[in-house]
Design a protein around this ligand. Sequence first.
Ligand code: DGI
Ligand code: FE
Ligand code: FE
Ligand code: FE
Length: 189
Amino acid sequence: MKRKKALKVAAEKLPKKRFKHSERVAETAVKMAEIFNADKEKCFLAGILHDYSKYDELSKMYQTVTTEKLDPELLQYKTEVLHGPIAAVKMKNKFDITDEEILNAIAHHTSGRKQMGIIEKIIFVADYIEPKRSQPGVDDIRDIVFGKNNLDLAVYSITKANIRHLLNKDSTIYHKTLECLNYYNMARE
Ligand code: DGI
Ligand code: FE
Ligand code: FE
Ligand code: FE
């Protein structure tokens, strides 16, 4: 898929605010691609499409988990955790995206996982630091990325902040989120 088509696909599917967020994630990801020597086209496409399924109907998402034989653990979660894996399936089945780096980046943009590829890590981080994000500590993460150029430390710091936030709300932590924390705790220098 080309940039123009991806922009159209996202713009037609998403509410304006979510589309704008996706544009900022794509732009941030392209900036990061320059620093970390990654493919800019893949970063743009994964960025613009990552939240494609954010507002899909939950019952249909559960159906897709079953029919596509996705991780059955996903059935214990709601849209927050499901929208990445579901969007990746749709990109493959509906829009013929076959590039595994793009599909993995979309699938794991919320939870992360262990041993992520470069595009996966970039989208995971870009989603958290795009310019309109204002969570406490986000400027520290921006400095880890654009100042220190330490992508694995950024992944770890984001996952740690996410898990802290989830625990404060007594939310259930998806196993890939935990696996991501442990892996990048070891991987950061
Ligand atoms: O879709 P976005 O708002 O751009 O951001 P996202 O896809 O990174 O995160 C969506 C939500 O998912 C966010 O509010 C936190 C939540 N989340 C992330 N990891 C987990 C989780 N929720 C649960 N219950 N468990 C997780 O492991
Ligand atoms: Fe998301
Ligand atoms: Fe995220
Ligand atoms: Fe997002």
